[in-house]
Design a protein around this ligand. Structure first.
Ligand SMILES: [Zn+2]
Length: 371
């Protein structure tokens, strides 16, 4: 499976200057290629290559491979959107491949192409990322952020061989409780929701203002908010995958295509649901579980919230309110999310006909398309 390692570069003053100029030049080349593409309505890699390769090399003095990468960046940008002419930030990330960037793990250095030729630059990273680098393959992005340079690189990691399981840890995803498992452990979102409400109040205020600085602040806030949500997702998925591994169980999640129709929430809370990064949580579950060799089953969760996990009786009236489950047939009383999580785990364990898909890693599955 593929994971991304991140390292921080430690350039000298001179190298720093060179890297910045290299990014500027490469992005200027992208802008040039983008204008040509737009004018000629030529958006394919081969077509744009023919049109701009030699002009880029002459105008921008880029190496052959760097020119190819720049054209590739422009082609990718138009793949996402052909409605307007694409422009590139002067310090936007640029992709390197093994012909213009070489890793040396023993000396903790990279040899990277710049406008002044190749430079050897030291890097630092944590133990986890250093371990990942042993499987470094393919592309690396040079990223400039807050005055520092980073490399994001693709690494191939061997996943543990899949574990044979009979039992599943069921996980119910929700708005108030982000995740409740079938052991009865609840990951509450109350702390998270408070933060989100604070942000959304601020958002409304800033949107009303509509000035340039307000927009800038808004963007900064929303980035911070999504980082926060991603970190929460990371903690939850890490904890639950560990728990499943320790107890020799797989993980059962509900098929998220149903989540929007299934969960009904007060209007005030609706914002939280739609903006909450369920898709991100799903991806994090998938790759952490795959790495640990834990099977993840994605099940049709219809009626899991109305069905009694004790006797199987299913009725809407079993669920008198958001948090309570009370079976009208056998009298079983439980926390509603816990009851649902037990049902989810059980449906995965009986497998067909309920298990509808096994989670795959698909980065294209974005929050907006899934919810
Ligand atoms: Zn019952």
């Amino acid at each position: 499976m593929k994971l991304t390692a991140v390292v921080k570069l430690l350039p000298t003053e001179q190298q720093r200057d060179l890297l910045l100029k290299t990014l500027q030049r490469a992005n200027a080349a992208c802008d040039f290629a983008s204008a040509s593409a737009w004018e000629a309505k030529q958006f394919s890699q081969a077509g744009l290559h023919k049109l701009t390769y030699y002009p880029i090399r002459e105008r921008c003095q880029l190496s052959a491979q760097m020119a190819v990468r720049c054209i590739g960046k422009v082609v990718d940008a138009y793949k996402r959107d052909k409605r307007t002419q694409r422009a590139f930030k002067p310090h936007g990330a640029i992709a390197y491949d093994s012909r213009i960037l070489k890793w040396s793990l023993e000396t903790q250095e990279v040899s990277i192409w710049t406008l002044a030729g190749r430079e050897r630059i030291a890097f630092v990273c944590g133990a986890y990322h250093h371990q990942l680098l042993n499987g470094q393959r393919g592309e690396t992005d040079l990223v400039y952020r807050k005055g520092k340079f980073f490399l994001y690189t693709t690494c191939e990691v061997e996943a543990d061989s899949p574990m044979e399981v009979e039992d599943f840890l069921g996980v119910d995803l929700g708005v108030r409780n982000i995740a409740t498992d079938s052991d009865g452990e609840i990951h509450s979102a109350s702390h998270l929701l408070n933060v989100r409400h604070r942000y959304s109040r601020l958002r409304r205020k800033l949107q009303k203002k509509g000035t340039k600085s307000a927009k800038r602040l808004l963007k900064k806030r929303s980035l911070r908010e999504s980082r926060f949500a991603k970190d929460v997702n990371h903690q939850i998925s890490k904890h639950l995958v560990q728990k499943a591994q320790d107890s020799g169980r797989g993980i059962a999640l509900e098929d998220l295509t149903h989540i929007r129709t299934r969960v009904t929430v007060q209007r005030r809370r609706r914002d939280d649901l739609h903006s909450w990064a369920f898709a991100d949580l799903r991806v994090k579950f998938a790759y952490k579980a795959e790495r640990a060799g834990i099977p993840v089953e994605c099940i049709d969760a219809r009626y899991t919230s109305q069905q009694c996990s004790c006797c199987g009786h299913t009725a809407r009236s079993n669920r008198p309110n958001q948090s309570t489950f009370r079976c009208q047939s056998c009298g079983f009383v439980s926390h509603a999310d816990w009851n649902a999580a037990v049902n989810i785990g059980r449906r995965a364990a009986v497998s067909p006909p309920y298990a509808v898909c096994v989670l795959g890693l698909n980065p294209a599955t974005t929050a907006s398309s899934r919810l």
